[in-house]
Design a protein around this ligand. Structure first.
Ligand SMILES: Nc1nc2c(ncn2[C@@H]2O[C@H](COP(=O)(O)OP(=O)(O)OP(=O)(O)O)[C@@H](O)[C@H]2O)c(=O)[nH]1
Ligand SMILES: [Mg+2]
Length: 382
């Protein structure tokens, strides 16, 4: 990746003003900011053939409606209202995919990005053959008035991104950049739509020879509204780093599934200990009492595994309402053979006089191995 720190963008001349710029504004609850932003953008982009695409995820504050009203008399403003979906990266990808311009750019809709450098980003991406980044970390750029905590978080995220992803720019986490459409299209299928780090992902996917220029700007404070950089977004960032490294060999969902399965064994054991303490007669636990406690433990572990897999492992396709109940029924059916193996082995060992805890643990692992073997031989045989 060719990296140039000093801005060497070409000034706009009639010869360079041929390509159309498509500027994507991803929005979620930015209804108060758009009325200030759009007129200013009109002024900044006066000399550039352009369109502005606002991609809103059905914001509760009806940003999409405000955008539609503001764009009503303007041919250059388009609004995509996505229903039932959330995510900054996926919104940007969707905007890029629907853009008409040869140069694509993205800018936050909260006033933090200095729109006066847009013509430079456009010119740089157009005349070079790659990506131009609005950068807070090259000479002349700054993060503005961040507090120490936010500064620290950004530094950690940036250095993690640089080390793990091996990209050679100063500000890979910037949400302000321009890219040539043909470059974007050549790697669109490889992009990861999770989270906030669309630029980082782009830098990971483009050929190493891609020219990247960083143009400094000073990050401002939000005009109105609240940040959407939640804890969940931060976890998604860590998941992304996993995806592009170890995840190439061991998919994250598989790792999570194994972790949940491992925790499920503890839940099974804890439930057995609790249930058997109620079923004991004096200090004695009958074979019948043992079997009842094991059955309760199996079902509690199944409920636990299903719940955690649904909200964590498969969070992106999380089941809700009736679909969740149906999914739970199917999950129980899928677990039947493992549960029978678990029950049979632990009951047999207990009837031979084994210590109950040992019988329960071996039974639980038998269930896990049985489920895995059956899946391996029947479901994913090839
Ligand atoms: N469509 C869409 N846009 C989003 C989503 N989350 C954030 N955005 C927009 O993406 C831009 C950046 O989000 P911010 O919350 O400002 O995140 P940030 O600038 O990294 O963090 P702060 O510095 O704390 O503001 C804003 O224009 C948001 O409205 C989302 O889920 N969907
Ligand atoms: Mg912001």
């Amino acid at each position: 990746m060719i990296f140039s720190q000093t801005p060497n963008y070409k000034p706009l001349t009639p010869a360079t003003l041929v390509a159309m710029l498509s500027l994507i504004l991803p929005t979620y609850n930015e209804s108060k900011n758009l009325p200030e932003l759009l007129p200013e953008l009109e002024e900044v982009l006066r000399d550039i053939p352009h369109e502005i695409i606002i991609v809103d995820d059905d914001s509760p504050d009806e940003t999409w409606r405000v955008a539609q009203e503001l764009g009503h008399d303007r041919d250059d403003v388009h609004v995509i209202r996505r229903v039932g979906r959330r995510g900054l990266s996926s919104a940007v990808i969707e905007g890029f995919l629907s853009a008409k311009g040869e140069v694509l750019a993205v800018m936050d809709a909260d006033g933090q990005h200095d729109m006066s450098i847009l013509p430079k980003l456009y010119s740089s991406a157009q005349s070079g053959n790659g990506i131009a980044i609005g950068s807070r970390y090259v000479a002349g750029g700054s993060v503005g008035e961040w507090d120490e905590r936010r500064h620290f978080m950004s530094r950690v995220a940036t250095s993690l991104a640089l080390k793990v992803c091996k990209v050679k720019v100063q500000d890979p986490m910037s949400g302000f950049f321009a890219v040539r459409k043909n470059l974007f299209q050549s790697i669109a299928n490889n992009l990861n739509p999770k989270g906030f780090k669309i630029l980082l992902d782009l830098l990971v996917c483009v050929p190493r020879s891609t020219e990247v220029e960083e143009i400094p700007f000073t990050f401002s404070t939000r005009l109105h509204g609240e940040s959407k950089l939640s804890r969940r977004v931060q976890i998604e960032f860590l998941e992304y780093l996993y995806d592009v490294t170890i995840g190439r060999y061991i998919p994250l969902t598989f790792l999570k599934y194994c972790i949940v399965g491992g925790l499920g064994v503890f839940v099974h054991l804890a439930t057995y200990i609790t249930a058997s303490s109620f079923l004991q007669e004096g200090d004695e636990l009958s074979l019948f009492g043992f079997r009842v406690a094991v059955l309760i433990a199996i079902e509690v572990a199944i409920i636990f595994n299903f719940y955690v897999n649904n909200v964590w492992t498969f969070a992106l396709s999380r089941l809700k309402g009736v679909a969740m109940l149906i999914g739970f029924g199917k999950y129980n059916i899928a677990c039947v053979f493992g549960a029978v193996a678990n029950y049979a082995v632990s009951s047999y060992l207990f009837s031979l006089g084994w210590l109950d805890i040992a019988a329960v643990v071996i039974g639980a692992f038998t269930g896990v191995v049985w489920n895995y073997t059956m899946s391996r031989f029947f479901a994913w045989k090839t």
